[in-house]
Design a protein around this ligand. Structure first.
Ligand SMILES: C[S@@+](CC[C@H](N)C(=O)[O-])C[C@H]1O[C@@H](n2cnc3c(N)ncnc32)[C@H](O)[C@@H]1O
Length: 509
């Protein structure tokens, strides 16, 4: 909380917890839910707010109802009348001011931190964080210990995370605690860590605000607060911005380590934190160097784990530097820098990238599953296309299939009767009127929405495997049909069946 020292907060933790609990009850009574706010704003003002424009929202929320007052106060960062706030949050105004969530002047109340509803996993939560910078084109500069709210990266990781019930889970670099709140719904115990005391404060506050009592919030850098501990699930959205790590740093995005060293450090350290079979999921940026393929470089960081790494996007270096200079409020149009200083910083960053031999930046998902197997499966691929969200079940399925296949011999696979996924569609491409297609593609409609170019044998396999016939029977029938050698067909297509299972086109019984 701005103006509230972490020390004082520490001394009064029980009081703050009680305040957060009472605030949660009041917000519920006020109907300050995601749907309640969306209804108060209406779709047009809601869309305007997503562009950081508040005026349509201010026009839509003049009625003085509790949900309108709270929306104006927190989402639109507008002053509200004392009597309206007292009606929306009966008996809480003075304590919220003392705690640093609100501030009061004569007749008016303003927000000092953001509190907003967050619809997650069929639950309505509230999340307190620092105020969104840059509304209505105001300078976007933030303090170095700024605590992010629900960013698009946070949502991406939440959607990526495996949601099967687990014992212990870890949110490393918790910020406002959003991942920890999700983890708390399917973990017996969650540990949330951060180096930023304000973040820890807000995470504790958010836990109490949402009635979460299985969250252990700890201060410290990287693995330090959890040394010698193990987790069934680790989800982390680390401060992954790639920079020379010189100059002023914003803790929510700058790790203090140069380049993508922070991601390498986490990926190398994760296996030691995971229980056998445990899953680690990292949202990350990585440097793409001119002298080494990105996948080869990242594969070199991974040990003792099966891995599914997906590069979702490649960003050219100028776009990357512009993005993060703007994010720090350093663009002349929206920040405080003049054009000359902006160019100097832009140039320094690009020159540093050039010295590193970088030619782009990758963004994506690193999913690890600890294994003691001698032959861990490392799959690193590019998939920049739209996927079905949440993608977490697909990640869980992929890692589980890799594990299941490891324990399945070729003979067992031939004797098994997998079934083709029901959402598959076959596309054939070719010249109009041609007897045979030039290309056959099998496409998933759900999950990752993979598309796979297949030959006629593969297409026939996928078409025929219905859970009744075994792989061996289908290949035998195809050998007869094609007048080919059954043994040859088996040795050529058993590896293909493995790939089809791994990629989710076929499901093992
Ligand atoms: C990108 S934010 C992610 C916040 C939140 N988990 C989310 O998903 O939105 C990165 C977080 O890592 C924290 N952090 C930075 N350096 C750290 C370090 N050395 N060890 C642990 N956490 C760190 C920052 O304070 C920040 O809260």
């Amino acid at each position: 909380m701005r103006g509230t020292s972490p020390d004082r907060v520490g001394q009064d933790r029980a009081g703050q917890r009680e305040l957060a609990r009472e605030l949660g009850e009041a917000l519920g009574r006020a109907g300050f839910t995601y749907d309640g706010v969306a209804a108060a704003l209406g779709p047009v003002a809601h869309a305007a707010l997503s562009r950081n424009e508040t005026l349509p929202g201010l026009r839509a929320t003049r009625g003085g109802s509790p949900v309108e007052t709270l929306t104006r106060l927190w989402l639109l960062q507008a002053p509200a009348r004392v009597e309206d706030v007292e009606r929306a949050l009966p008996g809480l105004l003075d304590r919220l001011c003392t705690a640093g969530l609100l501030e009061r002047s004569i007749g008016e109340v303003r927000a000092r931190v953001d509190v907003r509803p967050y619809a997650a996993d069929d639950a309505d939560l509230w999340v307190a964080s620092d105020l969104t910078p840059g509304l209505d084109g105001a300078p976007a500069q933030v303090r170095t210990d700024h605590v992010l709210g629900i960013s698009s990266a946070a949502t991406s990781l939440a959607q990526l995370t495996r949601r099967t019930p687990v014992g212990r889970s870890l949110d490393l670099g918790t910020g406002c605690g959003v991942q920890a709140l999700h983890l708390a719904t399917h973990s017996t115990e969650v540990v949330a860590t951060d180096v930023n005391e304000r973040a820890l404060w807000l995470t504790r506050f958010n836990a109490a605000l949402n009635g979460v009592d299985n969250l252990d919030v700890r201060a410290g850098s990287f693995f330090e607060p959890v040394a010698d501990e193990q987790f069934d699930l680790v989800a982390t959205n680390p401060p992954f911005v790639i920079s020379p790590a010189t100059g002023e740093q914003l803790v929510y995005r700058d790790s203090g380590l140069p380049g993508d060293r922070v991601v390498e450090h986490i990926v190398r350290g994760l296996p030691g934190l995971l229980t056998p079979g445990g899953t680690g999921q990292v949202l990350a940026n990585w440097t793409i160097n001119a002298d080494q393929p990105w996948d080869e470089r990242l594969a070199g960081w991974i040990e003792g784990c099966d891995a599914w790494v997906v590069q979702r996007e490649v960003i050219d270096l100028p776009s990357y530097v512009e993005l993060w200079l703007k994010d720090a409020g350093l663009h002349p149009a929206t920040g405080t820098l003049g054009a000359e200083e902006y160019h100097r910083r832009y140039d320094t960053w690009l020159s540093w990238f050039e010295e590193q031999g970088a030619e782009g930046v990758g963004f994506g998902w690193i999913n690890l599953r600890r294994t003691d197997a001698a032959d861990p499966v490392l799959r690193l691929e590019e998939w920049p296309f739209d996927v079905e969200q949440p993608i977490g079940p697909e990640v869980a399925g992929f890692l589980d299939r890799v594990e299941a296949l490891r324990g399945t011999s070729d003979e067992a696979l031939l004797a098994s009767a997998p079934v083709a996924r029901v959402d598959l569609r076959q596309e054939t491409h070719g010249a109009p009127g041609a007897e045979d297609p030039e290309e056959i593609v099998v496409r998933q409609q759900r999950g990752l929405r993979r598309a796979r170019r297949v030959d006629t044998v593969e297409a026939a396999l996928v078409g025929a495997l219905d859970g009744e016939l075994t792989v061996g029977q289908v290949l035998g029938a195809l050998a007869e049909l094609l007048e080919g050698d059954e043994e040859e067909l088996r040795s050529a297509y058993v590896p293909v069946v493995r790939e089809l299972v791994t990629e989710g086109f076929l499901q093992l019984p």
